[in-house]
Design a protein around this ligand. Structure first.
Ligand code: LMR
Length: 343
C-alpha cells in the first residue's frame, strides 16, 4: 500500500475515534470525574432571575448533586451564547446540547407548535398542566420533524399568560390597538392576532426587544408578567393591560445523539434531575408571575390596567379570525384535544 494512502486511512480512523470521545470509542461512566466532567451546554434567552432562568439553574444544581460533580450543566442565560435566531440551529448541530425555547419558536420545524398562540385557548394554569401531561402534547414530541433533525423533546415547563403593553395608549378595547406596531416572537399566528386588531407586528428576538421598544421601532409587545418584569420592559413601556390573551410556555429540547451518547448511569441521573426540575418549574411559574405583577404595579413607570372578564371576551371575539385562518394549520386533532382537557 502506498504510504500516503496508509497515512490517510490512519488519520481518518483517528478522527472517528476522536469523535467518539477519544481512545477506545465512546467514553464510559468511569472516565468522568469531578475534575474532568461530562459537560452539558444549556442555552436560553431569559434573565437569570426569570422563571426559566431559575429552573435551568435548579436543574444544573440537581445534576451536580446527583452525579457528584461528574456531569456539569453549563447554563448560558440572556442570549449570551445563542439568541432566538440561532439557538435551534446550534442545538441541531450539537453546539449546545439543551435549549428551552418558548414553544412558538419551534414553528421553524413544525407549525403546530403555534397552538400556544391561539387566542384564549387555555382556560387557566391547570388546563395548561393537563395539556403538558397529555398524549396530545406528547404527539408534538413524537413528530418526525424533531427526530429527523436530531432533536428530542423531553419536558414542558410553564411560564404564564401573556399581557399586552404599549407606549401609545392603554389597550383595553379592540380599537385601542389600531395602527400600532407590536413586537412578536415568531410565526404567522401572532402576525394574524395583531392583524385581527388592525395592528401591525414585527418579529424581533427577545434579546433585542428592550432596545426596539426604547427606540420606538415598535410601540408595544406581549409578555407574561415575569418576562415583563425581569427584562425591565416597564422602563420602556407606559401602559400594561392584564389581557391574559395567550400563553407563553417552554419545552425542553436536547440534541438526541448527544443525549443518547451519555453513559447509561449518568444519563439516568440527568433524566431524574430533569424530571425534578420540571416539577420545580411547574410549582414556580404561577408564584413568580404573581410576584412580578405586584412589582410592575409598584414601579410607578407603567400604568397597569386590570382587565375584566367581559373586556377579555370582547378581545376574544375580535380575534376569532385567527381561528378561521389557522385551525387547519394547528390541526383539528390538536385543538380538539386541548379543548377536551378543559375542566
Ligand atoms: C419571547 O421571545 O418573548 C420569549 O421567547 C422569551 C422566553 O420566555 O423565552
Amino acid at each position: 500500500m502506498k504510504k500516503w494512502l496508509l497515512l490517510t486511512i490512519i488519520s481518518a480512523i483517528a478522527l472517528v475515534l476522536a469523535a467518539c470521545g477519544g481512545g477506545g470509542g465512546a467514553k464510559s461512566s468511569d472516565d468522568y470525574t469531578k475534575e474532568n466532567p461530562l459537560v452539558i451546554k444549556f442555552s436560553h434567552v431569559t434573565a437569570i432571575d426569570s422563571v426559566k432562568g431559575k429552573s435551568a439553574d435548579y436543574f444544573a444544581k440537581l445534576v451536580d448533586e446527583k452525579t457528584e460533580g461528574r456531569v456539569k450543566v453549563e447554563v448560558y442565560p440572556s442570549s449570551q451564547l445563542y439568541g432566538d435566531a440561532d439557538e435551534l440551529d446550534a442545538l441541531m448541530s450539537g453546539n449546545v446540547h439543551m435549549i428551552a425555547p418558548s414553544v412558538t419558536k419551534m414553528v421553524k420545524l413544525d407549525p403546530r407548535w403555534q397552538y400556544v398562540d391561539m387566542p384564549f385557548l387555555f382556560q387557566d394554569a391547570e388546563h395548561v398542566q393537563a395539556f403538558f401531561d397529555s398524549e396530545v402534547a406528547q404527539s408534538l414530541f413524537n413528530a418526525d420533524a424533531l427526530a429527523s433533525n436530531d432533536i428530542m423533546g423531553k419536558a414542558f415547563w410553564p411560564n404564564g399568560f401573556k399581557n399586552f403593553s404599549s407606549n401609545k395608549n392603554p389597550l383595553v378595547k379592540p380599537e385601542d390597538f389600531a395602527g400600532q406596531k407590536f413586537r412578536a416572537q415568531a410565526g404567522k399566528v401572532l402576525e394574524a392576532q395583531f392583524k385581527a386588531l388592525n395592528a401591525g407586528s414585527a418579529t424581533i428576538s427577545f434579546g433585542e426587544t428592550y432596545a426596539a421598544l426604547q427606540q420606538g421601532t415598535v410601540d408595544g409587545t406581549e409578555n407574561p408578567h415575569n418576562n415583563f418584569d425581569t427584562m425591565k420592559f416597564y422602563e420602556v413601556q407606559k401602559y400594561y393591560s392584564t389581557s391574559a390573551h395567550g400563553r407563553l410556555d417552554y419545552a425542553i429540547f436536547v440534541n438526541k445523539s448527544f443525549w443518547e451518547s451519555m453513559p447509561e448511569d449518568l444519563g439516568k441521573l440527568v433524566d431524574e434531575a430533569l424530571a425534578e426540575a420540571t416539577t420545580y418549574a411547574q410549582g414556580l411559574a404561577a408564584d413568580e408571575n404573581a410576584k412580578s405583577l405586584e412589582k410592575i404595579k409598584s414601579v410607578g413607570s407603567v400604568e397597569v390596567y386590570e382587565m375584566s372578564q367581559e373586556e377579555r371576551d370582547v378581545l376574544k371575539e375580535a380575534m376569532q379570525p385567527v381561528y378561521d385562518e389557522f385551525a387547519d394549520v394547528i390541526t383539528k386533532e390538536l385543538l380538539d384535544g386541548i379543548e377536551a382537557l378543559k375542566k
